[in-house]
Ligand binder design. Structure first.
Ligand code: NAI
Length: 355
């Protein structure tokens, strides 16, 4: 199976090549027979790494490939999918959990299957969520610079004690649950909202409530739900108005969950006290590339960066050695399954269209 790997970064090539070597070794240990009788040391998947983002323009590179392997900011809208279909692409392997960047209905219509990596070390993203909360609160990023310059003044670094604070967790899937486990260790009170409450969490005493009550009682609101039609701009003028003055908002899920203009207004009038973002609605034009020599044209993004109480990271919640290795191994399993290796038990990683 020939796969065109888009938005490839050097660190991903290293990890995917290592995962492919492990897979070859495993297949060879399993004694997989080849029909042509050659030694079973072949890799059923071959990748060509393209640094480009997949868009309707770059989709033309896919001629002669069977599948594409893509990441969060590749654009698989209807236009791109039709070009992929014409080029002969039969499978899209997402190397991430979210699939909001793929027009699933059109993929379905064109019989292009889609797989994803639904769970890879949810603790990785949860730990980054805590990094944002703790950095915003205790201002270690500012303290680092001050101390380096010989300034040991504490003014402006005043934080709050996390113990006993109420944290509202929106979305209690894998990452939300990992966040809850960590926050419990800090002695926080947890309030949750999820249209499908988790029975186990309820048994453990975690309280589910309505969105309105979560917003109005939480010192910190953290988002761990997917971006869907229902969750688009979940954080808007009305929801922010319900939050207590000085509340902290954290988003490590998807940028489209937040209406940035409402967030900017709330930062300007002091209603929001802290904002930590690992994702941004128009991040595909900025993130994962070096724009340090460019004049950034996104004025909303630039305005966000001017606030002293806003911390933005460039979609790095997933970025640990452990998570990257898991992503590579699971993506290869998904592709082997698509290539016909029925021993891979990965049916749940296939994305189905729900009308
Ligand atoms: P999951 O599928 O395990 O859990 C999502 C939860 O959200 C489910 O319990 C679901 O019922 C709930 N949900 C669905 N619609 C909702 C709504 N409108 N309001 C509240 N809850 C809703 O997903 P997981 O693995 O926990 O990931 C959560 C999100 O984190 C992903 O959708 C993805 O966008 C993001 N993510 C970000 C990463 C990063 O590097 N920053 C890395 C991986 C995932």
């Amino acid at each position: 199976m020939k796969v065109a790997f888009f938005s490839a970064k050097p660190y991903e090539e290293i990890v995917f090549k290592a995962a492919a070597t492990s897979l070859e070794k495993a297949l060879s240990l399993e004694g997989t027979e080849r029909e042509d009788g050659l030694p079973p040391t072949f890799s059923p998947i071959s990748f060509t790494y393209f640094p480009h983002q997949l868009t309707a323009e770059t989709a033309l590179l896919c001629q002669g490939y069977d599948g594409v392997c893509v990441f969060v900011n590749d654009e698989l809208n209807a236009k791109t999918l039709y070009i992929l279909h014409e080029a002969g692409i039969k499978h899209i392997a997402l190397r991430c959990a979210g699939f909001n960047n793929v027009d699933i209905a059109t993929a379905n219509e064109l019989s292009i299957s889609v797989s994803r990596v639904p769970a890879y070390s949810p603790e990785t993203v949860a730990e980054h969520t805590l990094a944002l909360i703790l950095t915003l609160n205790r201002k270690t990023h500012k303290a680092y610079n001050r101390v380096k310059e010989g300034n040991f003044e504490l003014g402006g670094l005043l934080g709050f004690t996390l113990h006993n604070k109420t944290v509202g967790v929106i979305g209690t899937g894998r990452i939300g649950q990992a966040v809850i486990r960590i926050l419990k260790g800090f002695g926080c009170n947890i309030l949750c909202y999820d249209p499908y409450p988790n029975k186990q969490l309820k048994q453990e005493g975690v309280v589910y409530t309505s969105l309105e009550s979560l917003f109005s009682q939480s010192h910190i609101v953290t988002l761990h739900c997917p971006l869907t039609e229902q969750s688009y701009h979940l954080i808007n003028e009305a929801s922010i108005a319900l939050m207590p003055k000085g509340a902290m908002l954290i988003n490590t899920s998807r940028g489209g969950l937040i209406d940035d203009k409402s967030v900017i207004n709330a930062l300007k009038n002091g209603h929001l006290g802290y904002v930590g973002l690992d994702v941004y609605e128009r991040e595909s034009e900025l993130f994962f590339s070096d724009h340090s020599q460019d004049i950034i044209q996104d004025d909303v993004f630039q305005r966000l960066l001017t606030f002293p109480n806003v911390l933005v990271t460039g979609h790095q919640g997933f970025f640990t050695k452990e998570a990257l290795s898991e992503i590579a191994a699971i993506t290869l399993d998904n592709l082997c399954f698509i290539a016909g290796d029925t021993r891979r038990n990965v049916q749940d990683n296939m994305v189905k269209h729900i009308s």
